[in-house]
Design a protein around this ligand. Structure first.
Ligand code: SAM
Length: 242
């Protein structure tokens, strides 16, 4: 599989033959494309995060679909989610995250290696993801995340020592969100706004089994715990006692 950026002046050659870009431009995705010299064919596929993960230039070790889908499901990420990711690396995970949270979510992603940050930014721009991603060249261990926006979830694909920072960060936001939701519910009794449990968030550390292609290092991710309706009253009572 090869990613191609179309340019009518170019020709793509592989062992199956010669393919002129000008022959491909304007064709529907899924088209079976014979080579110019009739030696073979290829399929023109619509770009997706899954395909990008298969072809992304490896500037680092990357995340694969086994881990990406597990984390995405576990954190209940969806359109509108605001996510914090470190490190961006080759941007494999970022592409899936961006697709999941589109059209109105946001991905804040951090990479301390300047060249990698630049390359990932270019990929995001070329793939139309700039509006929903913000990439910053920053050492999150030394300098933190610098985010004041509320985030729904954090994903760290860098060594485990950043976890402490991750926990404290999400805890501060958790408290802020809770305060805000309390203010809202006292202003309007109509609809109960979602409340957030005050326990520190659970952290899950996954290690990919050897039979699945995956990230060989640690993955750390965290989100808020959902609160059931009957728990809200208990939490309120506990808060009154505090
Ligand atoms: C394993 S790669 C991430 C793979 C990436 N998530 C992907 O799917 O392509 C880890 C990346 O984290 C970056 N990194 C490590 N420590 C960091 C830190 N303290 N702050 C920011 N980035 C860091 C590294 O430069 C490297 O590019």
């Amino acid at each position: 599989m090869t990613p191609l950026v179309m340019d009518p002046k170019l020709t793509y050659n592989n062992k199956f033959g010669t393919f002129r870009h000008s022959d491909m431009i304007g064709k529907k995705y899924g088209t079976k494309m014979p080579s110019h010299n009739g030696r073979g064919f290829m399929y023109l596929l619509h770009p997706t995060p899954e395909l990008w993960t298969l072809v992304v230039p490896h500037r680092t070790q990357i995340l694969y679909m086994a881990d990406i889908s597990f984390i995405t499901t576990y954190l209940d990420l969806k359109p509108g989610s605001i996510i914090l990711e470190s490190g961006t690396g080759s941007g494999s995970f970022s592409h899936s995250l961006a697709r999941t949270i589109a059209p109105n979510g946001h991905l804040y992603t951090f990479e301390y290696h300047e060249e990698r940050a630049k390359a990932a930014k270019q990929d995001f721009e070329r793939h139309g993801l700039s509006d929903i991603t913000t990439i910053e060249c920053r050492d999150v261990y030394k300098d933190g995340f610098g985010i004041t926006d509320l985030v729904h979830a954090e994903v760290h694909t860098i060594p485990i020592y950043t976890v402490k920072d991750a926990v404290s960060k999400i805890k501060v936001q958790q408290d802020k969100k809770r305060k805000r939701s309390e203010e809202e519910s006292s202003n309007s009794k109509a609809a109960k706004s979602p409340k957030i449990k005050q326990d520190p968030p659970n952290l899950y550390v996954s290690k990919t089994p050897t039979e699945a292609k995956g990230h060989t290092s640690y993955l750390t991710f965290a989100t808020f715990l959902p609160v059931l309706d009957d728990e809200v009253e208990i939490i309120d009572k506990v808060n009154e006692l505090d």
